[in-house]
Design a protein around this ligand. Structure first.
Ligand code: NAP
Length: 435
């Protein structure tokens, strides 16, 4: 029997469990450990609440979770409840699937002013993550600035723009819906440090901005390269740029109250304000021959009552695990960190790719485990962990417990919504009768 511990119950964790099941059949026992009392990581807390079809992948993970050789061990924090060194004593393989839940720092003066928020916090807030339930972002407006040219910048912009009616069918947290209903934002500037051909936004997500009930996207035609240059782009990128060209086309007088302004070639260099954010200073850039942004020395201010930085994420370090601070993830060689210790997903590769990109990581990890460890090392696995946790008074949340939490969230959903999430650890535990 092989004993495998997977740390993190998001996509990378479940794909690894699925791959281990396929490869080892009955010859494996897998514990998926998560610090939260709920599974699915990025699916529950990262994927936008109005993208329910993407969240549907959790049904596949549920099938894995409900099989006999897989167990969810919720509400257990690796680092404080149990250490990596202890897990390596208990299990044949320990796989870090901890994602990249921390914001990459902006690293410019004023970035710590109140009203400047990272996307991890803002996305966590509207998705009901217990760490961010109290965020209270300043939404009075009139000006918000979103930094970045990726899909997270688009998610954040769209969520700030939608009407209550447009959230029908979503599972946006009730506190976020109520706050957004009262918001007074009239202009969202998306500050992008390079040009239209360099965006990381994908076409479907970009196209959604063109269909918002109360917001109009706008691109300055002068920022667009000559149309014939689009031919050199790959097909997906060409579709994205086609949306930008559409957003640059002159429109009939538009009565929509909110404008989404794409500000290309604008690199943030400082954030200013008296006790809280009032403006962001950007430097006009141009592209060098390699397509990198180079400052031109010309600067200007964009008014901002709220700044949301969507410039990527980092994996938090764990004591005793080699870490690559430059890349913001665990130091690893194709997923191998140290004997018996592996990384998958964003903890391995950094924060890029779609949910499905994690699947090959899981398969690779299972194959590495097969190559590195024999049939059994005689390590104790599950019973050993249970003994250690119970000696420390740690009361785990099982998958059956989670199903009771889920049923309670479904029962209290707004009409038309799939669920109303509990947004504090206390409320999540109270739903299964724990104080
Ligand atoms: P991303 O796609 O890597 O985009 C990050 C953006 O931040 C880039 O445009 C980058 O610009 C910019 N940036 C980085 N440092 C900056 C700085 N110091 N100043 C200004 N701009 C800076 O990351 P993401 O948006 O966080 O998304 C993470 C992954 O999740 C991506 O693979 C994304 O596609 C995926 N995702 C998918 C969906 C979906 O499919 N619906 C939704 C959300 C996220 P440069 O290019 O100039 O460096």
């Amino acid at each position: 029997m092989r004993h495998v511990a997977i740390i993190g119950s998001g996509p990378a964790g479940y794909y690894t469990a699925e791959a281990c099941q396929k490869l080892f059949g009955d010859g494996v026992r897998i514990d998926i450990i998560d610090r939260l009392p709920v599974p699915y990581g990025l699916i529950r807390f990262g994927v936008a609440p109005d993208h329910q079809s993407i969240k549907g992948v959790s049904r596949r993970y549920e099938a894995v979770a409900l099989s006999d050789n897989v167990r969810f061990v919720g509400h257990v924090t690796v680092g404080s409840d149990v250490s990596i060194a202890e897990l390596l004593e208990l299990y044949d393989a320990v796989v870090l699937a901890t994602g990249a839940p921390h914001d990459r720092p902006l690293g410019i003066p004023g970035a710590d002013l109140p009203g400047v928020i990272g996307s991890a916090a803002f996305v966590g807030w509207y998705n009901g993550h217990p760490d961010f339930a109290d965020l209270a972002p300043p939404l009075a407006g009139p000006n918000a600035v979103v930094i970045g040219a990726g899909n997270v910048a688009l998610d954040v912009t769209r969520i700030l723009s939608k009407t209550t009616e447009e959230f029908a069918g979503s599972d946006i947290a009730g506190h976020a819906l109520a706050a957004l209903e009262q918001a007074g934002i009239r202009r969202i500037t998306i500050a992008i440090r390079r040009g239209p051909h360099q965006i990381a936004m994908t076409p479907k997500e970009l196209g959604e901005l063109g269909h918002l009930a109360r917001a109009t996207p706008h691109v300055d035609p002068a920022d667009l390269p000559p149309a014939e240059e689009d031919a050199a782009l790959d097909p997906g990128q060409r579709k994205s740029v086609a949306h930008l060209r559409d957003f640059a086309a002159p429109r009939a007088a538009d009565a929509k109250p909110l404008t989404i302004d794409f500000d290309f070639f604008a690199a943030p260099i400082a954030i200013e304000g008296d006790g809280r954010v009032e403006r962001i200073i950007v430097e006009r850039t141009r592209l060098d021959a390699g397509g990198n942004a180079v400052g031109t020395g010309e600067t200007y201010a964009i008014p901002a009552n709220l700044v949301i930085s969507c410039i990527g994420y980092r994996t938090p370090a764990i004591e005793g695990v080699p870490y690559d601070p430059r890349a913001g993830r665990f130091a690893n060689q194709d997923g191998r960190i140290a004997p018996g210790l592996y990384a998958v997903g964003w903890a391995r590769r950094g924060p890029s790719g779609t949910i499905g990109t994690n699947r090959p990581d899981g398969i690779a990890a299972a194959e590495q485990i097969a190559a590195d460890i024999g049939e059994s090392s005689g390590k104790p696995g599950r019973p050993g962990l249970d003994k250690l946790l119970s000696a420390r008074g740690v009361d785990i949340v099982t998958f059956r417990d989670w199903q009771r939490i889920e049923a309670a969230e479904i029962a209290r959903a707004r009409p038309g919504s799939p669920r109303e999430k509990f947004t504090t650890i206390g409320d999540l535990l109270a739903a299964i009768g724990r104080a």
